[in-house]
Design a protein around this ligand. Sequence first.
Ligand code: ARG
Length: 496
Amino acid sequence: MSKKISISRSGRFAREVSADVAQFTESISFDWRLWKHDIQGSIAHATMLQKIGVLKQNELSVIIKGLNQIAKEIAAGKFVWKPELEDVHMNIEAELTKRVPAGAKLHTARSRNDQVALDVRMWLRDEITLLLGEIASLQRALVSLGEKNSDVLIPGYTHLQRAQPVYLAHHLLAYVEMLERDCERLWDCHSRVNVCPLGSGAIAGSTLPLKRELVAKLLNFVDADGKVQLTQNSMDAVSDRDFAVEFCAAGALLAVHLSRLAEDVILWAGAEFNFIKIADAYTTGSSLMPQKKNPDIAELTRGKTGRVFGNLMSLLTLLKGLPMTYNRDLQEDKERLFDTADTVRASTRIFSAMLRNVKINRAACAAAASDPALLATDLADYLVKKGMPFRQAHHVVGAVVALAEKTGKPLNQLTLAELQGVNPTFGRDALGVFNLKTAMAKRNLTGAPGTKEVAKQLARWHFLLSHELENVEKMRQQVKSIVKGYKAVQKETRLL
Ligand code: ARG
């Protein structure tokens, strides 16, 4: 074999690919960010190869030393990636073999097909952990804003029309619930990401007596009970990207939730609502209109939803109609997956920072919430309590609203005589319905925006999230090396 031929090309090739083919097929320009996991995977694989006698102890030592040295250089931004070596796997292996001849044994019983599946799974596993931390932090920001303004009432809306009064905290906690479901979906997805495909080879495993369990254990592919998680079909293992689709789907729904929150923030920050003021550091100005203060963070969060949806569509389309097993098409999964992970994590992170720097305009909220029409349903409930069927009560209160409109009076300024003119069931206590404080005290069903119930829900989330943060912190400690590695990656991203 000619020395000039790259290591992915066997003796059957007489020449290297042309430059434009190399440029078309390379993935190093984006898959370099799998380097840390690629090296971890190689160290585990080499350790196993030594246990089964393929590598001698001293060969294993020099391979691990060589890989660690390469890792250091990559982290320091000193490693030179070569596009002609196609991808991160070949770049690292070729450099190792150049430095350490025993490196030529590293790829024994391994294919880039199971290697890339392993690397992406390991990368995504860490990414999910980091994203869960950011979501918990956003939930905390929402709860804290609700706690600081626990007495603030606003109108709740349906069809963007004022409907019934709610505590601001109740509105914010609706997003906490949505985000919690996102966390559950991500955890569920994590359980399918966290399965070790190494040992599947190119398609059909290996004739060598590999110890798959050992590799999986070394790479922490275990469930909550410590049970090792291995893929059970070599053909599925090298061609499966369901876990990436699942992540992008969970990410798309998270993006929907962030986008809806963004829309509320944008509305609330506008002069028409004027419920909130976003700190200067989290708003931008207009290049022309000097008075403008724009909620760009929220707008971009809403706007980025488009690419997150697009990534999911791309992955689904990529997989549809692929024959078994690995096809090079699968190389196209990475940029879409990376983009979803980067986008939702960055949006979640910046959004919680922004929310921590939002002030509630209590006077504007109070003015909006004091609209007596918000309690029209309560007036119907009053009649129901007097024995009137709800359908009739609904009709009667509709007539009361029409009378108020006709006389140009707010609903709560009508006299008892006027009310009784519409229907004699109204008693002296009817106008008491419009006391907002008592009205809120009455809404104490589980999940309703009543005074006691909202306080209970705030306390529940406060408790859950302080534990959640502790758990995430514990997880972060466990993956400290990964976080460190990620910081290095971020540093490199800036360099690129
Ligand atoms: N860069 C490739 C990918 O991302 C790695 C696997 C290549 N395998 C192959 N047989 N060409 O999918």
